[in-house]
Each structure stands twice: as C-alpha cells, then as structure tokens.
Ligand binder design. Structure first.
Ligand SMILES: [Zn+2]
Length: 258
C-alpha cells in the first residue's frame, strides 16, 4: 500500500523522506492563482524517484462554472497542469469537482465538465489520468452528494475520468463513510486515490477543515477500512507539518497492514 502526504512544493522528495512517505502530492503553482506551471529543476529526479508523484490542480480551477471568465481559464489551466504533471512522471492530476453559482442549474455544470474533457481531447488528449475529487461544501457542487456524482459520471465517465475520494470531504459533505467505497465504485467504477483526512467539522457540516487522524470527528477505522476496500494509494492532507503527517502515515501503515 503506497501511503504519502501533501507537501510543500519546494523540495517534495526531501519532504517525503522526512515523513517516511512513498508518495507525495504537491501544487505546481499558487493554488489560488491562474499562473501556468513552469518547468521544474528537479523534473529528472522526480521522474526517476521511487516515490509516487501526484499533482494537485489549483483550487481556483472550476471547469463546471457557468461563468466563461472562470470556466475558460480553468479549462486551459487544467490542461497546462496535466502537461506539466506528466512531465514529472506524475501518476495523476487531482482536481476538485467544482460547482455552479447559487441559483444556477447543476446540469450546466455537468455539461461543462464534459466540454472540459472534449477540449482536452482536441488539444492532444490528457497525458495522464485526471482524478476528480469529491468536495465538502456548497449546495451547488458537482461532486459533494453522490447522487450528483452519478450525474457527473454520466457526463464524463466515457472520457476515462479518474476519482479521488477524500474522507474529510465525504464526511463533512454528508456521505456516510461506512461502505463508501462500494457506493463510489458503483458510480465511478474506480477509486484511483484516497485523501485520508480526519474532519474538524461535523457530519454534513459542509466544512472543509482537515484534521490529523483520530483527532477530529471521524473514526480512523473508517478511513483505514476505505483504504483497504479501495486498494488504492493514500495521501494525507493533514496539519502539523512533518511531525503530524508522519504520525498519520504511521497509523495508516500499521492499521492497513503495510
Ligand atoms: Zn483532498
């Protein structure tokens, strides 16, 4: 079982070693900005590393948006990140499910997701798996409630979209963690990555506030059970720097038996 952490982007392999991680996830750019990624000096080391690399797209990417001043740059930024992530030998590019504004129709969001994949196909195709992540908050999110996730997958499943299950987002988003892997897989057919996070916010609170495993509102056994059932790599996106994340990784390794 590959288990790792979301780390600072400056020296991801150093951060991985400090945590005993065999996978790392990081941002290529400011997650709140529209800047395109630039080539990295450590690309060769990252490609050659035994550590699995995952890249998280900026938070501002929202390809579902009905606002074309958000949707069009989001689409381009997603594609730029996909190309840059593939250059680093990344296993996947994680992107949040996105949302439409209040009062807007979620059907437009799903249609826009489809257009994003069509745009990518026209631009030479996605050079690595794009993993759509479930989100915690909002009433107009494409991938918070799993009945909406099912509609999203009707739109994008045929393009080979991957899925990243975040345990904090699922719990805070109001999806029961018991048996969650089977429920997701009945929709998506796959789970490529687990974001193994505890939640400071309560069940269905809509709050995206990650906590260290066993420190928040989620029974850590449910996180462990999800990783085991999915048989997927896990990344902790938890606070506390190297110390906090090392403890979270150790807990997962011990309880998943590997
Ligand atoms: Zn996450």
């Amino acid at each position: 079982m590959r288990i790792g952490a979301h780390v600072d982007s400056a020296e991801p392999l150093v951060e991985a070693a400090a945590r005993g991680a065999d996978a790392v996830q990081f941002f290529l750019t400011d997650p709140q900005g529209y800047k395109s990624p630039v080539p990295r000096d450590d690309a060769e080391q990252l490609r050659a590393s035994e550590v699995d690399i995952y890249i998280h797209a900026p938070y501002i990417v929202n390809v579902a948006s009905p606002n074309n001043r958000i949707r069009i740059p989001s689409r381009k930024l997603l594609m730029a990140h996909a190309k840059a992530a593939a250059e680093l030998g990344a296993k996947g590019l994680i992107v949040h499910g996105g949302h439409v504004g209040s009062g807007a129709d979620l059907a437009d969001g799903f249609a826009n997701w489809r257009k994003a994949f069509e745009y990518a196909a026209k631009d030479g195709g996605l050079p690595l798996p794009v993993l759509i992540e479930n989100t915690a908050g909002g009433d107009n999110a494409c991938a918070r409630r799993f009945d909406d996730l099912a509609r999203l997958w009707d739109a994008v499943g045929e393009f080979g979209a991957g899925f990243c299950l975040d345990t904090c987002h699922a719990f805070a988003g109001g999806e029961d963690l018991t048996g969650i892997v089977d429920r997701v897989k009945s929709i998506t057919g796959r789970i490529d990555l687990i974001h193994a996070n505890d939640s400071k916010g309560g069940f269905d609170s809509g709050q995206d506030r990650h906590d260290n495993l066993g420190n928040g509102k989620i029974d850590p056994e449910l996180v462990v059970a999800a990783i085991r059932a999915a048989g997927a790599p896990a990344i902790v996106e938890t606070p506390g720097g190297a110390d906090g994340q090392t403890a979270d990784i150790a807990l997962l390794r011990e309880r998943t038996g590997g």
